[in-house]
Design a protein. Structure first.
Length: 404
């Protein structure tokens, strides 16, 4: 089977400025009889040296396509005009198109099927209408803004409210217009698949678990230490801001019970105020804005707390933490579409005070929580194994090709 992968983002082993790194792991673990050529707009600006390395790792040939001049202008550091998306009828990236000239180059590869990523790019030029199309979403684009608009505090921020509402409208328009003939849509969220079928009833949608990323050989579960290390990973945004601020306030109120047992690290940008607040009451706390090797960085911690009040699909940082032995405490949105269960292989909270209650218990029942962390690592390494999911994905693609 020969595939042309048409993408906005050059595949990388860690997510670099895109929705996900899942395509890298699907390709890396494919069977030998699956040949892939990649046509990339390289929105994530991967260097030529890195591209050569990726070609060797994935056994592929990568052809770079030029981004439109208008896109380069409005996203340049000089202009910073990405606010124009508020005035567009579709998501900004949906205006990047495969032209007829590039369509002919893709056709010259004589592929059996075209694989598109992400959904925003999926607009088929005339020269490619004869092919079957697989589209990796990887999620329902309208689901995140829809969920954000359920957060009460968003209505206190007028411009944020208008922005998210406009993103919802433009995403819905795009998803309603997806080509359905000869098309298979692949997503990594069960509810994402349901919503897409609701928005575009003729669309053929398949849900598959998201593969985990890299595993560290040094990963281990060990709660037998004086202070356990808490990690909160993620840049401050409307998806996590309210819950993280509330969590920090609760930690400050109960500092006497918590300080002897925990140190706290924020991995991501924008948390200076919360770090200062925790330090003032006596916590050992710091902020890391960036690390060179994400996996080797997170295995230094024992517990990851993922505070999300919205989102869609599968959260890569949660998979990374679980697969590498961290005990994960997260919201329903943080843990959705991952093969773990509350109190068995993860801890799910509904209210912020439930997190603090668990944290107060952990130092006195360390063996119990070590078992939960180990079970989470085992579950993710089995059910989210890239080899398993890659085989399932390409078997589905082959079955789709065989359909009359």
């Amino acid at each position: 089977m020969k595939i042309c992968f048409i993408t906005l983002f050059t595949p990388t082993s860690e997510n670099r400025m895109g929705p996900s790194a899942l395509n890298y792991y699907l390709m890396r673990n494919r069977d030998m009889d699956v040949q892939i050529s990649i046509f990339s707009f390289n929105v994530n600006r991967i260097s030529s040296d890195e591209i050569s390395k990726i070609e060797r790792e994935l056994n592929v040939k990568i052809y770079l396509m030029s981004l439109p001049q208008w896109y380069r202008l409005i996203t340049s550091s000089y202009c910073k005009m990405t606010f124009v998306r508020v005035f567009l009828n579709r998501p900004l990236l949906a205006y990047i198109r495969i032209g007829e000239k590039m369509g002919k180059k893709i056709k010259a590869e004589k592929p059996d099927v075209l694989w598109w990523y992400p959904g925003e790019l999926f607009r088929v030029p005339r020269s490619l209408t004869e092919y079957k199309h697989v589209v990796t979403g990887p999620d329902c684009a309208s689901l995140t803004p829809f969920r954000i608009l359920q957060i009460p505090s968003i209505y206190k921020k007028y411009f944020n409210l208008i922005g998210h509402f406009k993103i919802l409208v433009s995403s819905l328009k795009m998803e309603k217009e997806y080509q359905t003939y000869n098309t298979l849509m692949h997503v990594v969220g069960m509810y994402d698949a349901f919503k897409l079928c609701e928005i575009n009833p003729d669309l053929n949608v398949v849900f598959l678990l998201h593969p985990h990323y890299a595993l560290s050989s040094k990963a281990k579960v060990d709660f037998n230490k004086k202070k356990l290390k808490l990690l909160l990973a993620g840049t401050r945004s409307s998806l996590n801001e309210d819950e993280t601020v509330a969590f920090v306030d609760t930690l400050c109120q109960q500092y006497k019970e918590m300080i002897p047992y925990y140190s706290i690290t924020f991995l991501g940008k924008g948390w200076e105020e919360e770090v200062d607040k925790l330090k003032r009451v006596g916590y050992e706390c710091n902020e890391l804005k960036w690390v060179d090797n994400y996996i080797e960085a997170i295995i230094q911690y024992d517990i990851q707390i993922t505070l999300l009040s919205s989102g869609a699909g599968t959260k890569g940082k949660v998979l990374d933490a679980l697969a590498n032995g961290l005990l994960v405490i997260g919201s329903a949105f943080a843990l959705e579409n991952i093969a773990v269960r509350h109190n068995n292989s993860c801890l799910r909270y509904r209210h912020i005070d439930e997190i603090v209650r668990e944290l107060r218990t952990i130092p006195f029942q360390r063996n119990k929580y070590e078992k939960i962390a180990r079970k989470g690592m085992e579950q993710v390494r089995i059910y989210h194994a890239p080899q398993r999911i890659s085989k399932r994905f390409f078997d589905i693609v082959k079955g789709f090709l065989d359909e009359k």
